[in-house]
Write a protein that binds this ligand. Structure first.
Ligand SMILES: NC(=O)C1=CN([C@@H]2O[C@H](COP(=O)(O)OP(=O)(O)OC[C@H]3O[C@@H](n4cnc5c(N)ncnc54)[C@H](OP(=O)(O)O)[C@@H]3O)[C@@H](O)[C@H]2O)C=CC1
Ligand SMILES: CC[C@](O)(C(C)=O)C(=O)O
Ligand SMILES: [Mg+2]
Ligand SMILES: [Mg+2]
Length: 343
Protein backbone atom coordinates (compact mmCIF):
# COMPACT_ATOMS: atom_id res chain seq x y z
CA UNK A 1 0.00 0.00 0.00
CA UNK A 2 1.51 3.33 -1.06
CA UNK A 3 1.65 6.03 1.60
CA UNK A 4 1.53 9.50 0.02
CA UNK A 5 1.54 12.73 1.98
CA UNK A 6 0.63 16.26 0.91
CA UNK A 7 0.90 19.69 2.60
CA UNK A 8 -2.37 19.30 4.52
CA UNK A 9 -1.23 15.98 6.03
CA UNK A 10 1.98 17.39 7.54
CA UNK A 11 2.72 19.46 10.64
CA UNK A 12 5.88 21.40 9.83
CA UNK A 13 5.83 22.96 13.32
CA UNK A 14 7.89 20.02 14.59
CA UNK A 15 10.86 21.85 13.04
CA UNK A 16 10.13 25.08 14.93
CA UNK A 17 13.01 26.04 17.21
CA UNK A 18 15.33 23.55 15.51
CA UNK A 19 18.44 24.56 13.66
CA UNK A 20 18.94 22.89 10.30
CA UNK A 21 22.44 22.52 8.86
CA UNK A 22 22.61 22.07 5.10
CA UNK A 23 26.02 20.53 4.40
CA UNK A 24 27.11 21.40 0.86
CA UNK A 25 25.81 24.16 -1.39
CA UNK A 26 25.69 22.51 -4.80
CA UNK A 27 22.70 21.41 -6.85
CA UNK A 28 20.57 20.13 -3.95
CA UNK A 29 22.28 22.16 -1.21
CA UNK A 30 21.45 25.61 -2.55
CA UNK A 31 17.84 24.58 -3.18
CA UNK A 32 17.26 23.03 0.26
CA UNK A 33 18.95 25.91 2.10
CA UNK A 34 17.03 28.61 0.23
CA UNK A 35 13.68 26.81 0.33
CA UNK A 36 14.02 26.07 4.07
CA UNK A 37 14.91 29.70 4.75
CA UNK A 38 11.99 30.98 2.66
CA UNK A 39 9.71 28.59 4.58
CA UNK A 40 10.75 30.40 7.77
CA UNK A 41 13.21 27.89 9.26
CA UNK A 42 16.55 28.51 10.92
CA UNK A 43 19.22 27.39 8.44
CA UNK A 44 23.01 27.32 8.52
CA UNK A 45 25.06 26.18 5.54
CA UNK A 46 28.14 24.07 6.32
CA UNK A 47 30.74 24.21 3.57
CA UNK A 48 34.47 24.37 2.94
CA UNK A 49 36.00 27.69 1.80
CA UNK A 50 35.62 28.19 -1.95
CA UNK A 51 33.08 28.90 -4.63
CA UNK A 52 30.08 27.36 -2.90
CA UNK A 53 30.95 29.09 0.37
CA UNK A 54 31.08 32.48 -1.38
CA UNK A 55 27.85 31.81 -3.27
CA UNK A 56 25.95 30.85 -0.10
CA UNK A 57 27.13 34.07 1.55
CA UNK A 58 26.13 36.11 -1.51
CA UNK A 59 22.70 34.48 -1.32
CA UNK A 60 22.30 35.86 2.20
CA UNK A 61 22.61 32.61 4.11
CA UNK A 62 24.36 32.00 7.41
CA UNK A 63 27.53 30.10 6.44
CA UNK A 64 30.21 28.33 8.43
CA UNK A 65 32.42 25.24 8.33
CA UNK A 66 30.94 21.76 8.09
CA UNK A 67 32.14 20.95 11.62
CA UNK A 68 30.69 24.12 13.15
CA UNK A 69 27.35 23.83 11.32
CA UNK A 70 27.07 20.20 12.48
CA UNK A 71 27.78 21.26 16.06
CA UNK A 72 25.13 23.99 15.96
CA UNK A 73 22.36 22.01 14.29
CA UNK A 74 19.61 19.68 15.47
CA UNK A 75 19.00 18.44 11.92
CA UNK A 76 22.01 17.83 9.66
CA UNK A 77 21.20 17.35 5.96
CA UNK A 78 24.20 15.92 4.08
CA UNK A 79 24.22 17.33 0.54
CA UNK A 80 27.80 16.61 -0.44
CA UNK A 81 28.64 14.46 -3.48
CA UNK A 82 27.99 10.81 -2.55
CA UNK A 83 31.63 9.89 -3.10
CA UNK A 84 32.84 12.60 -0.65
CA UNK A 85 30.38 11.95 2.14
CA UNK A 86 32.23 9.17 4.00
CA UNK A 87 35.37 11.22 4.57
CA UNK A 88 33.64 14.49 5.48
CA UNK A 89 31.21 12.58 7.71
CA UNK A 90 34.03 10.87 9.63
CA UNK A 91 36.17 13.99 9.99
CA UNK A 92 33.63 16.76 10.52
CA UNK A 93 30.09 15.53 11.08
CA UNK A 94 30.40 12.43 13.28
CA UNK A 95 32.16 14.30 16.13
CA UNK A 96 29.12 16.61 16.38
CA UNK A 97 26.51 13.85 16.59
CA UNK A 98 24.69 13.19 19.84
CA UNK A 99 21.35 11.81 21.01
CA UNK A 100 18.42 13.91 19.83
CA UNK A 101 20.05 15.01 16.57
CA UNK A 102 18.93 13.92 13.10
CA UNK A 103 21.31 12.89 10.33
CA UNK A 104 19.61 13.26 6.96
CA UNK A 105 20.42 12.32 3.36
CA UNK A 106 18.90 13.07 -0.04
CA UNK A 107 20.09 9.71 -1.37
CA UNK A 108 20.66 6.50 0.56
CA UNK A 109 23.91 5.45 -1.14
CA UNK A 110 26.32 5.76 1.80
CA UNK A 111 24.00 4.23 4.39
CA UNK A 112 22.70 1.44 2.17
CA UNK A 113 26.15 0.45 0.92
CA UNK A 114 27.65 0.60 4.42
CA UNK A 115 30.03 3.54 3.88
CA UNK A 116 28.61 5.60 6.75
CA UNK A 117 27.69 3.89 10.03
CA UNK A 118 25.92 6.41 12.27
CA UNK A 119 25.70 6.00 16.05
CA UNK A 120 22.56 4.27 17.29
CA UNK A 121 21.27 7.22 19.34
CA UNK A 122 20.86 9.55 16.33
CA UNK A 123 17.78 9.62 14.06
CA UNK A 124 18.69 8.79 10.47
CA UNK A 125 16.32 9.39 7.60
CA UNK A 126 16.26 10.51 4.00
CA UNK A 127 14.30 13.13 2.11
CA UNK A 128 15.08 12.61 -1.56
CA UNK A 129 13.56 14.99 -4.09
CA UNK A 130 12.76 13.24 -7.35
CA UNK A 131 14.35 15.95 -9.46
CA UNK A 132 17.50 18.01 -9.99
CA UNK A 133 18.30 20.58 -7.32
CA UNK A 134 17.98 23.54 -9.64
CA UNK A 135 14.41 22.49 -10.35
CA UNK A 136 13.76 21.95 -6.63
CA UNK A 137 14.51 25.65 -6.20
CA UNK A 138 12.88 26.88 -9.40
CA UNK A 139 9.60 25.02 -8.88
CA UNK A 140 9.48 26.18 -5.24
CA UNK A 141 9.86 29.80 -6.32
CA UNK A 142 7.06 29.27 -8.83
CA UNK A 143 4.77 28.11 -6.00
CA UNK A 144 5.01 24.45 -6.97
CA UNK A 145 7.26 21.60 -5.84
CA UNK A 146 9.28 18.56 -6.86
CA UNK A 147 7.85 15.35 -5.30
CA UNK A 148 10.12 13.53 -2.88
CA UNK A 149 10.65 10.21 -1.15
CA UNK A 150 11.22 9.92 2.57
CA UNK A 151 12.41 6.92 4.54
CA UNK A 152 13.57 6.21 8.07
CA UNK A 153 16.68 4.12 8.75
CA UNK A 154 16.73 4.46 12.54
CA UNK A 155 14.45 6.27 14.93
CA UNK A 156 15.71 6.35 18.53
CA UNK A 157 13.72 9.53 19.26
CA UNK A 158 10.47 8.12 17.94
CA UNK A 159 9.92 11.32 15.93
CA UNK A 160 11.99 10.67 12.79
CA UNK A 161 8.96 10.17 10.51
CA UNK A 162 7.31 13.45 11.46
CA UNK A 163 10.61 15.35 11.22
CA UNK A 164 11.24 13.87 7.76
CA UNK A 165 7.77 14.85 6.58
CA UNK A 166 8.14 18.36 7.99
CA UNK A 167 11.48 18.74 6.20
CA UNK A 168 9.94 17.54 2.93
CA UNK A 169 7.12 20.07 3.32
CA UNK A 170 9.58 22.88 4.11
CA UNK A 171 11.49 22.36 0.86
CA UNK A 172 8.22 22.39 -1.10
CA UNK A 173 8.04 18.70 -1.93
CA UNK A 174 4.71 18.05 -0.22
CA UNK A 175 3.11 20.36 -2.79
CA UNK A 176 3.81 17.58 -5.29
CA UNK A 177 3.53 14.56 -2.99
CA UNK A 178 5.84 12.77 -0.59
CA UNK A 179 6.05 9.00 -0.74
CA UNK A 180 7.31 6.70 2.01
CA UNK A 181 10.13 4.32 1.14
CA UNK A 182 13.14 2.52 2.60
CA UNK A 183 16.84 3.33 2.13
CA UNK A 184 17.20 0.18 0.04
CA UNK A 185 14.30 1.03 -2.27
CA UNK A 186 15.31 4.68 -2.71
CA UNK A 187 18.96 3.86 -3.38
CA UNK A 188 18.36 1.08 -5.88
CA UNK A 189 15.55 2.78 -7.81
CA UNK A 190 17.30 6.16 -7.93
CA UNK A 191 20.49 4.60 -9.31
CA UNK A 192 18.49 2.52 -11.77
CA UNK A 193 16.42 5.50 -12.94
CA UNK A 194 19.42 7.75 -13.56
CA UNK A 195 21.42 5.03 -15.32
CA UNK A 196 18.83 3.27 -17.45
CA UNK A 197 16.32 6.03 -18.23
CA UNK A 198 16.84 9.61 -17.07
CA UNK A 199 20.54 10.23 -17.69
CA UNK A 200 22.22 7.19 -19.29
CA UNK A 201 19.27 5.94 -21.31
CA UNK A 202 18.23 9.37 -22.54
CA UNK A 203 21.66 10.70 -23.49
CA UNK A 204 22.47 7.48 -25.34
CA UNK A 205 19.13 7.62 -27.17
CA UNK A 206 19.62 11.26 -28.20
CA UNK A 207 23.24 10.71 -29.26
CA UNK A 208 22.35 7.65 -31.33
CA UNK A 209 19.57 9.58 -33.08
CA UNK A 210 21.84 12.58 -33.72
CA UNK A 211 24.67 10.40 -35.07
CA UNK A 212 22.32 8.40 -37.30
CA UNK A 213 21.06 11.58 -38.98
CA UNK A 214 24.50 13.22 -39.33
CA UNK A 215 26.13 10.03 -40.64
CA UNK A 216 23.35 9.86 -43.26
CA UNK A 217 24.39 13.33 -44.49
CA UNK A 218 21.81 15.52 -42.77
CA UNK A 219 22.77 18.91 -41.24
CA UNK A 220 24.10 18.69 -37.66
CA UNK A 221 22.13 21.78 -36.59
CA UNK A 222 18.92 20.20 -37.83
CA UNK A 223 19.84 16.91 -36.12
CA UNK A 224 20.39 18.81 -32.85
CA UNK A 225 16.98 20.49 -33.02
CA UNK A 226 15.32 17.21 -33.98
CA UNK A 227 16.87 14.99 -31.31
CA UNK A 228 17.98 17.06 -28.29
CA UNK A 229 16.17 20.39 -28.35
CA UNK A 230 12.75 18.96 -29.15
CA UNK A 231 13.10 16.24 -26.52
CA UNK A 232 12.45 18.87 -23.84
CA UNK A 233 9.27 20.01 -25.57
CA UNK A 234 8.00 16.47 -25.98
CA UNK A 235 8.92 15.54 -22.39
CA UNK A 236 7.12 18.68 -21.12
CA UNK A 237 3.94 17.34 -22.68
CA UNK A 238 4.45 13.94 -21.03
CA UNK A 239 5.15 15.67 -17.68
CA UNK A 240 1.87 17.55 -18.03
CA UNK A 241 -0.36 14.82 -19.47
CA UNK A 242 1.46 11.50 -19.56
CA UNK A 243 2.15 9.72 -22.82
CA UNK A 244 -1.45 10.25 -23.94
CA UNK A 245 -1.03 14.01 -23.42
CA UNK A 246 2.00 14.03 -25.67
CA UNK A 247 0.25 11.85 -28.26
CA UNK A 248 -2.73 14.22 -28.24
CA UNK A 249 -0.49 17.10 -29.28
CA UNK A 250 1.68 15.40 -31.91
CA UNK A 251 0.37 14.48 -35.34
CA UNK A 252 -1.31 11.13 -35.96
CA UNK A 253 1.60 10.38 -38.29
CA UNK A 254 4.00 10.83 -35.36
CA UNK A 255 1.77 8.77 -33.10
CA UNK A 256 1.68 5.91 -35.64
CA UNK A 257 5.48 6.13 -35.99
CA UNK A 258 5.74 6.06 -32.20
CA UNK A 259 3.69 2.84 -32.08
CA UNK A 260 5.46 0.99 -34.89
CA UNK A 261 9.07 2.21 -34.54
CA UNK A 262 9.46 2.83 -30.77
CA UNK A 263 9.47 -0.91 -29.98
CA UNK A 264 12.08 -1.44 -32.74
CA UNK A 265 14.45 0.91 -30.88
CA UNK A 266 13.71 -0.23 -27.33
CA UNK A 267 12.95 -3.93 -27.45
CA UNK A 268 13.07 -7.02 -25.23
CA UNK A 269 16.88 -7.10 -25.48
CA UNK A 270 17.07 -3.53 -24.17
CA UNK A 271 14.82 -4.52 -21.29
CA UNK A 272 17.04 -7.52 -20.53
CA UNK A 273 20.06 -5.20 -20.41
CA UNK A 274 18.12 -2.89 -18.08
CA UNK A 275 17.54 -5.90 -15.83
CA UNK A 276 21.26 -6.60 -15.80
CA UNK A 277 21.94 -2.97 -14.81
CA UNK A 278 19.42 -3.39 -11.99
CA UNK A 279 21.16 -6.62 -10.90
CA UNK A 280 24.52 -4.82 -10.69
CA UNK A 281 23.00 -2.08 -8.57
CA UNK A 282 21.21 -4.52 -6.25
CA UNK A 283 24.28 -6.70 -5.76
CA UNK A 284 26.47 -3.70 -4.87
CA UNK A 285 28.70 -4.23 -7.94
CA UNK A 286 28.01 -0.74 -9.32
CA UNK A 287 28.64 0.90 -5.93
CA UNK A 288 31.88 -1.02 -5.42
CA UNK A 289 33.18 0.03 -8.84
CA UNK A 290 32.18 3.68 -8.35
CA UNK A 291 33.89 3.81 -4.95
CA UNK A 292 37.01 2.23 -6.51
CA UNK A 293 36.94 4.71 -9.43
CA UNK A 294 37.06 7.56 -6.90
CA UNK A 295 39.81 5.92 -4.85
CA UNK A 296 41.84 5.65 -8.08
CA UNK A 297 41.44 9.40 -8.75
CA UNK A 298 38.61 9.05 -11.33
CA UNK A 299 40.68 8.21 -14.44
CA UNK A 300 37.71 6.85 -16.40
CA UNK A 301 35.20 9.43 -15.16
CA UNK A 302 37.46 12.32 -16.17
CA UNK A 303 38.34 10.82 -19.56
CA UNK A 304 34.73 10.05 -20.50
CA UNK A 305 33.46 13.43 -19.27
CA UNK A 306 36.02 15.12 -21.54
CA UNK A 307 35.16 12.94 -24.53
CA UNK A 308 31.44 13.56 -24.06
CA UNK A 309 31.93 17.35 -23.83
CA UNK A 310 33.74 17.25 -27.17
CA UNK A 311 30.95 15.39 -29.00
CA UNK A 312 29.73 17.17 -32.14
CA UNK A 313 26.24 17.39 -30.65
CA UNK A 314 27.58 19.46 -27.74
CA UNK A 315 29.58 21.77 -29.99
CA UNK A 316 26.64 22.39 -32.29
CA UNK A 317 24.29 22.77 -29.34
CA UNK A 318 26.43 25.39 -27.64
CA UNK A 319 26.33 27.60 -30.74
CA UNK A 320 22.60 27.17 -31.22
CA UNK A 321 21.77 27.84 -27.57
CA UNK A 322 23.82 31.05 -27.68
CA UNK A 323 21.26 32.30 -30.21
CA UNK A 324 18.40 31.33 -27.86
CA UNK A 325 19.28 33.08 -24.57
CA UNK A 326 15.81 32.25 -23.24
CA UNK A 327 16.72 28.55 -23.27
CA UNK A 328 19.63 28.76 -20.82
CA UNK A 329 17.99 31.41 -18.63
CA UNK A 330 17.31 29.11 -15.68
CA UNK A 331 20.80 27.72 -15.27
CA UNK A 332 22.45 31.09 -15.91
CA UNK A 333 20.44 32.55 -13.03
CA UNK A 334 21.82 29.91 -10.68
CA UNK A 335 25.25 30.08 -12.31
CA UNK A 336 28.17 28.27 -10.74
CA UNK A 337 26.00 26.55 -8.17
CA UNK A 338 26.72 23.30 -9.98
CA UNK A 339 30.47 23.73 -9.47
CA UNK A 340 30.67 20.91 -6.96
CA UNK A 341 29.15 18.49 -9.44
CA UNK A 342 32.27 18.56 -11.60
CA UNK A 343 34.84 17.89 -8.89
N1 LIG B 1 21.97 16.64 -8.02
C1 LIG B 1 20.70 16.37 -7.72
O1 LIG B 1 19.79 17.04 -8.19
C2 LIG B 1 20.34 15.29 -6.76
C3 LIG B 1 21.25 14.87 -5.81
N2 LIG B 1 20.83 14.04 -4.81
C4 LIG B 1 21.78 13.69 -3.77
O2 LIG B 1 22.11 14.89 -3.07
C5 LIG B 1 23.45 14.82 -2.59
C6 LIG B 1 24.24 16.03 -3.10
O3 LIG B 1 24.39 15.91 -4.49
P1 LIG B 1 24.56 17.21 -5.42
O4 LIG B 1 23.64 18.29 -4.96
O5 LIG B 1 24.45 16.70 -6.82
O6 LIG B 1 26.04 17.63 -5.10
P2 LIG B 1 26.92 18.73 -5.86
O7 LIG B 1 28.06 18.02 -6.45
O8 LIG B 1 26.06 19.57 -6.75
O9 LIG B 1 27.38 19.69 -4.68
C7 LIG B 1 28.38 19.36 -3.82
C8 LIG B 1 28.59 20.44 -2.77
O10 LIG B 1 29.43 19.84 -1.80
C9 LIG B 1 30.57 20.66 -1.62
N3 LIG B 1 31.71 19.83 -1.29
C10 LIG B 1 32.34 18.92 -2.06
N4 LIG B 1 33.33 18.33 -1.39
C11 LIG B 1 33.34 18.92 -0.16
C12 LIG B 1 34.13 18.75 1.00
N5 LIG B 1 35.14 17.87 0.98
N6 LIG B 1 33.86 19.50 2.09
C13 LIG B 1 32.85 20.39 2.08
N7 LIG B 1 32.05 20.60 1.01
C14 LIG B 1 32.30 19.88 -0.09
C15 LIG B 1 30.75 21.42 -2.91
O11 LIG B 1 31.45 22.62 -2.62
P3 LIG B 1 32.67 23.18 -3.48
O12 LIG B 1 32.09 24.29 -4.33
O13 LIG B 1 33.61 23.68 -2.46
O14 LIG B 1 33.23 22.04 -4.31
C16 LIG B 1 29.29 21.68 -3.29
O15 LIG B 1 28.80 22.79 -2.61
C17 LIG B 1 23.99 13.46 -3.06
O16 LIG B 1 23.73 12.55 -2.04
C18 LIG B 1 23.10 13.14 -4.27
O17 LIG B 1 22.98 11.78 -4.57
C19 LIG B 1 19.54 13.60 -4.69
C20 LIG B 1 18.60 13.98 -5.61
C21 LIG B 1 18.96 14.76 -6.77
C1 LIG C 1 18.44 11.74 -12.17
C2 LIG C 1 19.68 12.04 -11.42
C3 LIG C 1 19.50 12.18 -9.92
O1 LIG C 1 19.14 10.94 -9.34
C4 LIG C 1 18.42 13.19 -9.69
C5 LIG C 1 18.53 14.57 -10.19
O2 LIG C 1 17.36 12.81 -9.19
C6 LIG C 1 20.87 12.60 -9.33
O3 LIG C 1 21.49 11.77 -8.64
O4 LIG C 1 21.31 13.73 -9.58
MG1 LIG D 1 17.28 10.97 -8.45
MG1 LIG E 1 20.60 10.08 -8.04
Amino acid sequence: MTNMYYNQDINEKVLDGKKIAVIGYGSQGHAHAQNLKDSGFDVVVGIRPGKSFDKAKEDGLEVTTVAEASQQADVIMVLLPDERQKQVYEEEIAPALKAGKSLVFAHGFNIHFGQIKPPADVDVFLVAPKGPGHLVRRTFEAGAGVPALFGVYQDPSGTARETALAYAKAIGSARGGVLETSFEEETVTDLFGEQAVLCGGLTSLIKAGFETLVEAGYQPELAYFETLHETKLIVDLMYEGGMAGMRYSVSDTAEWGDFVSGPRVIDADTKARMKSILDDIQSGKFAKEWIQENEDGRPNFNRIEKEEAGHQLEEVGEKLRAMMPFVAKGLKKEEEVTAGATN
